[in-house]
Design a binder for this molecule. Structure first.
Ligand code: FPP
Length: 260
């Protein structure tokens, strides 16, 4: 992504891809489970919301690093269909935080040519947030820079059921033959339609779980788990994740390494 000269305090200086990384073998698409905001805050005697606020700053800097280093897509798990079960205060604070971030950051996302999309059951979000999401999606739709996907009210199982329902409805109407359903047509029904599957999944805070995230799309992703809490994730921990990725042999079920 080519970025304009930094004229606003929102824009950090461009950083180059670290020399230890092979720029020709970077993942095209990185997915992140940003875990540990609450524990990061609690370990400092702060309210959990402070952890989420710090998490937003880290997400912004991770997006810039990915873009600067040549990664084409970043997909972040911001709010799952299961997160509604958290205390009402925390859910409300998160929704307000999402709204504020969108209001505050849209201009710099536009300037930096980021294409932002929100993946999930957006109808279930507060109306104000839905309007901000629609505006941000529309205003950045033609941008040529990094694809930034924010999974919000997202659940992998729900996404798969929704895709199956959509295909079944088309088949019931006679618009689609059941035999014509294949992996490509199924993928096109997912929120990620048109996006290459993630090559690398990073999960912070040392938890070895997928947590209902991108269940279909992560089929062949390499998984990197780091012990750091999300608000402590930085250029160095991103580099470590990418070095780990570059050390893997991706065989996609075959015997020989394949570069997708
Ligand atoms: C997981 O930490 C994090 C979340 C549920 C929220 C993450 C959301 C953001 C960083 C904001 C992104 C916003 C936009 C608009 C892009 P946790 O609370 O589960 O941490 P814990 O496991 O330590 O309790």
């Amino acid at each position: 992504m080519s970025r304009p000269t930094a004229t606003s305090t929102n824009l950090s200086p461009t950083s180059v891809c670290p020399a230890e990384l092979d720029p020709a073998r970077l993942p095209v698409h990185v997915a992140v489970i940003m875990d540990g905001n609450g524990r990061w805050a609690e370990s400092r005697g702060l309210p959990r919301l402070m952890g989420h606020r710090a998490g937003v700053e880290v997400l912004k800097s991770t997006l810039r690093l990915c873009s600067d280093w040549g990664i084409e897509a970043l997909t972040a798990y911001a709010f799952s269909t299961e997160n509604w079960s958290r205390p009402g205060d925390e859910v409300n604070s998160l929704m307000t935080l999402f709204e504020r971030v969108l209001q505050k950051e849209l201009r710099s996302l536009e300037q930096e040519k980021v294409r932002i999309r929100f993946l999930g059951d957006l109808d279930g979000l507060p109306e104000k947030l839905q309007n901000l999401i629609d505006d941000a999606t529309e205003r950045t739709a033609d941008n040529s820079g990094i694809h930034f996907n924010v999974c919000t009210n997202y659940g992998g199982r729900r996404e798969l059921v929704r895709a199956a329902q959509s295909l079944a409805q088309r088949a019931a109407k006679g618009d689609l033959s059941p035999e014509a359903i294949d992996e490509n047509s199924f993928s096109r029904e997912l929120f990620t339609a048109g996006e290459q599957d993630p090559d690398l999944l990073i999960r912070t805070s040392g938890e070895y779980r997928i947590s209902n995230f991108l269940l279909w799309q992560l089929a062949y992703a390499e998984i990197h788990v780091t012990d750091v809490f999300w608000p402590d994730f930085n250029a160095n921990t991103l580099k470590q994740a990418l070095l780990d990725y570059q050390g893997r042999n991706r065989r996609f079920g075959g015997l020989d390494p394949i570069t997708p």
